[in-house]
Design a protein. Structure first.
Length: 294
């Protein structure tokens, strides 16, 4: 009989092993996770070991769910079952167990950002009462963008600069309009990795873009644009946002992407007009913890 248990902070090695054995094996896009990688996710994404659970049989992990927790919601960060143990109800049991725990301890919402091409995963979340809340997509730049003609009006800006002048409203950017990785708490946790550009008028920041450069083993690396925005919905600020994005895309040969961006953050048609291609789509599901059943 398999055993299920919630984890503690001294279970990080077990959790990394369970993720590699039960989640990473399901796709070549998944990178094996070390204990240091897991600790980094704790720091950056607010993963909580007590919101993680491992299913085991014969001393080996056969299923895992990892959760990241903030004040108002928990993110189902990873959910996986070993290929030899799929379709036996383990994933459902992990989700239901976490839901029952959160119904007692909080927070009041559970969310999951599920790739749309994984139909079985979407069906699982829907079967246990989650509903679709938001569409997200990864965008990848196909060809290098030429710099804008109006480079002089663009200045460097840090996350703290943008927060201090009110360009980034934490109440908005921590809401259901953003993916977990693009919300203000994640940006704050990663602020030492971030660089940014902004265009300001006499009274406010009109448009901005924040990005970080990440190494890729055996490749030059990649640039992730992790936040973009403009002050209002006017055509003038749309042009300024395009300029800010163009400047952020001057990446010196690095591949450029916007991961898990919603159309509420930036128009997908604007990204496509700049030469970005939608590479993967996601549905963010939301559930309400239930002490009786998920």
């Amino acid at each position: 009989m398999p055993g299920y248990r919630f984890c503690r902070t001294d279970d990080i090695a077990l959790l990394a092993r369970a993720v590699n054995r039960c989640f990473v094996v399901h796709g070549p896009e998944h990178v094996p996770l070390s204990t240091d990688d897991f600790k980094r996710e704790i720091r950056e994404l607010d993963v909580w070991c007590s919101s993680c659970m491992v299913a085991s049989a014969d001393g080996e992990p056969i299923g895992v769910v990892t959760g990241a927790k903030r004040e108002h919601e928990t993110l189902i960060h990873r959910l996986g079952v070993h290929p030899d143990h799929v379709r036996r109800g383990h994933a459902r049991h992990l989700l239901e167990s976490l839901s029952q725990k959160l119904a007692v301890l909080g927070p009041p919402r559970i969310v999951a950002e599920v790739p749309c091409d994984l139909a079985h995963a979407c069906a699982l979340f829907e079967s246990v009462g989650y509903r679709a809340e938001l569409a997200l997509a990864d965008f990848t730049l196909l060809e290098p963008l030429p710099p804008p003609a109006a480079m002089a009006e663009v200045a460097e800006a840090s996350l703290d600069d943008l927060l201090s002048c009110g360009a980034l409203d934490p109440a908005v950017m921590s809401s259901s309009a953003r993916s977990w990785a693009r919300a203000v708490p994640t940006l704050q946790n990663r602020k030492d990795q971030l660089r940014g550009v902004a265009i300001a008028s006499d009274t406010r920041v009109e448009a901005w873009a924040l990005y970080r450069d990440l190494p890729v083993q055996g490749e030059p690396g990649r640039r992730e644009i992790v936040s973009v925005g403009r002050a209002d919905d006017s055509s003038d600020t749309r042009i300024l946002l395009e300029i800010a994005i163009r400047v952020a895309c001057q990446a010196g040969g690095l591949a450029v992407s916007l991961p898990k961006v919603s159309a509420d953050e930036v128009s997908w048609s604007l990204l496509e007009s700049l030469g970005f291609r939608k590479s993967r789509s996601y549905t963010r599901y939301v559930g309400i913890p239930d002490a009786r059943t998920c």
